[in-house]
Design a protein around this ligand. Structure first.
Ligand SMILES: [Zn+2]
Length: 185
């Protein structure tokens, strides 16, 4: 949980530190907005991910793509967005569709790096579905890259894979192919 009073102080101190007058009309309310933004972002409630399992043991790979999350680069505290695609081979537990976005958001709403974000999502999918065969791919654009330094507009892609999806090249390329089709569709 965040310390809201402390955030109010920091918002005010931040304005002072960058040479602004915190009493100026336009920014008088900025410390309050700043504190609310941080509280909403950090205390984001992803919802329950433990319910609505269906049973399945067809051994087919399930691919979910087009999940977009906003996160915060932990090096600069600037936002990055990330398109998440998830593939897994269910054991007996099939996860309800809405749960994937919840899991992704659960790990996005904190100071993060993209590599750890996809790694943690893969770990949670694996835990929740009780299968080792999981792959998570994220393609992100980072404001810290775009607005400062190199001002690059390039996207970064990171992949975390385990089980068969880590070792079986055919399964991996099947996943990549399906994701490509989903994105074009
Ligand atoms: Zn950064």
């Amino acid at each position: 949980m965040v310390d809201y009073q402390k955030l109010l102080e920091i918002g005010r101190d931040l304005l002072i530190a960058i040479g602004e007058d915190p009493e100026r009309e336009g920014i008088k309310e900025t410390p309050r907005r700043f504190a609310s933004y941080w509280r909403e972002f950090i205390e984001h409630e992803s919802g329950n991910i433990e319910v609505d399992f269906a049973l399945s043991d067809t051994g087919q790979m399930v691919v979910v793509s087009g999940i977009k999350v906003w996160s915060l680069c932990e090096h600069h505290l600037l936002p990055f967005w990330c398109d998440i695609s998830i593939g897994y081979i269910p054991g007996k537990r099939l996860l309800g569709l809405s749960k994937f976005a919840r899991i992704a958001n659960q790990f996005a709403h904190r100071p993060q790096i993209q590599e750890r974000l996809v790694f943690e999502i893969a770990g949670e999918i694996s835990r929740a579905t009780n299968t080792e065969d999981v792959i998570v791919m994220g393609t992100g654009e980072h404001l810290c890259m775009k607005m400062r330094g190199v001002k690059s507009s390039g996207a970064m892609t990171t992949v975390s894979a385990r089980g068969q999806l880590g070792t079986n090249a055919n399964l991996r390329s099947e996943f990549m192919q399906i994701v490509g089709q989903n994105i074009r569709a």
